[in-house]
Structure formats: structure tokens, C-alpha cells
Design a protein around this ligand. Structure first.
Ligand code: NAD
Length: 246
């Protein structure tokens, strides 16, 4: 049985992706931030994964921490034997205009959104290279492609993820490892629930489809990218934004 890890999978897009991968037949590692509420949510996600007849575990780990990621990957490899899919989904926002952005706001977003992708790809990448197979999907954002006022830190982290995706695709392609990114636009999740009505309306006005996306619409594309149907797709950034920009 193939194994999939999704980081930050206790809610939102990550929870939907890991459930979709369970439905696709993967054994599942539901990574979550190691807080009580995240662990509780992750246990519920794990139970939903198991309802598809696959094995699932919750692995709490702050993915911004290098050594903790190394241990998590080692433990998962020991328990499951292989790591076939990695979805780097964990992410945070700490928005503010550049003029008012603190160093703490900048560093925190870079650590969680960007460094975590290095931490996970470094350790899972070496497992996949030895296996000579594997699929990685990184969660970028349209903010990393086009920029977004108030998100200097977030846009920087998501643009970096695009560079990391293309570089890793070039380094790992000959070892049978596909690395792609998805760049969602405005998807309804707890992350976007914090936006003001004014910010929401501004987003809607520039979306061709005149509606927000759903978590299932992200999970469906990720499911395709890790499937055999996408075996010759690597180093790509797939925008899932309802035509936010074309
Ligand atoms: P969310 O806030 O609902 O979920 C993010 C998850 O990441 C949470 O479960 C959180 O606990 C987890 N997380 C945060 N820090 C962590 C850490 N250090 N270690 C482990 N887990 C951690 O957000 P979401 O909307 O589901 O976003 C998921 C991903 O999609 C993020 O990378 C986000 O940047 C990206 N994205 C979202 C949207 C959107 O519109 N919602 C748009 C573009 C990109």
C-alpha cells in the first residue's frame, strides 16, 4: 500500500487533501501542529481517512523545525516502509503592509511556509530518491505569482516555494520523483475567514468565475498530480483560481 503525508492536515485544504488521498487508496499520515486543538481536529480527520479502509495516523510536528521533521520522516518510513506522496500544505498568514510589517511577522511566515518545505523535501526527498519514485505537491499561492498588497511576507514565501518546486523537479526528475505546485486563488477555509468583507469583495471582482473556490477543487487537482495520469508532469505550477488572472 502506498503512503501519503500531508502537512498541516487538521483543517482546511490539508484536511480535504488527505481525505481525498485516503479515498484514492493511500495509507495516510495526518500531520498537524502540536497544539491540543489541532491534535483533536487531526484525530477526527484520521477517523474519516480510516472510513475509506486505509491505515491512518496522526503525527503532530511543527514543520518549521528541521530536527523535528527529520524525526517525523524517519518514524514514518519505519512504520510504513515507503513514502510515496508528500503534500507540503502547512501555512500561516501574518498580513500587514510592508511599511508596518515587523521582523517577527516576516520571520514567522517564512519559517512556517518556506523553511518547512525545505525541511520536509530534504528528508522525504532522500527517501524518494532511494525508492526511485515519489510525488511531491507544494501549496504555493497566486500571491507568490502576482504579489498581493499586505502580504509581503506571504508572497515571498509562496514565490520561494515555486522556485523550490522547479529546482527540486530538475534535481529529482531522473530519480523518478515528480515535484509540482498548485497555486490556489481565494479558497473558503479558516485562513480566509479572517478577511474583511471589503477584502473579499475586492477579490471577487477580479475572479472570472465570480465565486470562491472550494477545498475539494484543490484536493481534486492534487489527486490528479500524484496519480499515474500525471506521470509526465513535473516542475509545473497549476493555478486553481477560477480565472483570477490569465
Ligand atoms: P488553514 O489555516 O485552514 O490551514 C493551515 C494548516 O496549517 C492548519 O491546520 C495549521 O494548524 C497548519 N499549520 C500551521 N503552522 C504549522 C506548523 N508550524 N506545523 C504544522 N502545521 C502547521 O489554511 P488553508 O486555507 O487550508 O491553507 C492551506 C495551504 O494553502 C496554506 O499553505 C495556504 O497558504 C495555501 N493557500 C490557501 C489559500 C486560501 O484561499 N485558503 C490560497 C492560496 C494558498
Amino acid at each position: 500500500m502506498a503512503t501519503a503525508i500531508v502537512t498541516g492536515a487538521s483543517q482546511g485544504i490539508g484536511a480535504c487533501i488527505i481525505k481525498r488521498l485516503a479515498k484514492d487508496g493511500y495509507d495516510c499520515v495526518v500531520n498537524c501542529y502540536p497544539s491540543d486543538s489541532d491534535k483533536e481536529n487531526a484525530e477526527a480527520v484520521k477517523a474519516e481517512c480510516e472510513s475509506f479502509g486505509v491505515k491512518a495516523i496522526v503525527y503532530p510536528c511543527d514543520v518549521s523545525k528541521y530536527d523535528d521533521c527529520e524525526k517525523m520522516v524517519k518514524d514514518i518510513k519505519a512504520e510504513f516502509g515507503s513514502i510515496d506522496v508528500l503534500v507540503n500544505n502547512a501555512g500561516i498568514t501574518k498580513d500587514g503592509l510592508l511599511a508596518r510589517m515587523s521582523e517577527e511577522q516576516y520571520d514567522a511566515v517564512i519559517a512556517v511556509n518556506q523553511k518547512s518545505v525545505f525541511n520536509m523535501m530534504k528528508h522525504v526527498g532522500s527517501v524518494m530518491m532511494r525508492q526511485r519514485s515519489g510525488k511531491v505537491v507544494n501549496l504555493a499561492s497566486v500571491a507568490g505569482v502576482y504579489g498581493n498588497p499586505g502580504q509581503f511576507n506571504y508572497s515571498a514565501s509562496k514565490a520561494a516555494i515555486i522556485g523550490m518546486t522547479k529546482t527540486a523537479a530538475k534535481e529529482l526528475g531522473s530519480r523518478g520523483v515528480n515535484v509540482n505546485a498548485v497555486a490556489p486563488g481565494f479558497i473558503k477555509t479558516p485562513m480566509t475567514d479572517t478577511l474583511t468583507d471589503e477584502q473579499r469583495n475586492a477579490m471577487l471582482s477580479v475572479i472570472a468565475m465570480k465565486r470562491y473556490g472550494t477545498v475539494d477543487e484543490i484536493a481534486g487537482v492534487v489527486s490528479f498530480l500524484v496519480s499515474d495520469d500525471a506521470s509526465y508532469v513535473t516542475g509545473q505550477v497549476i493555478e486553481i483560481s477560477g480565472g483570477l488572472s490569465m
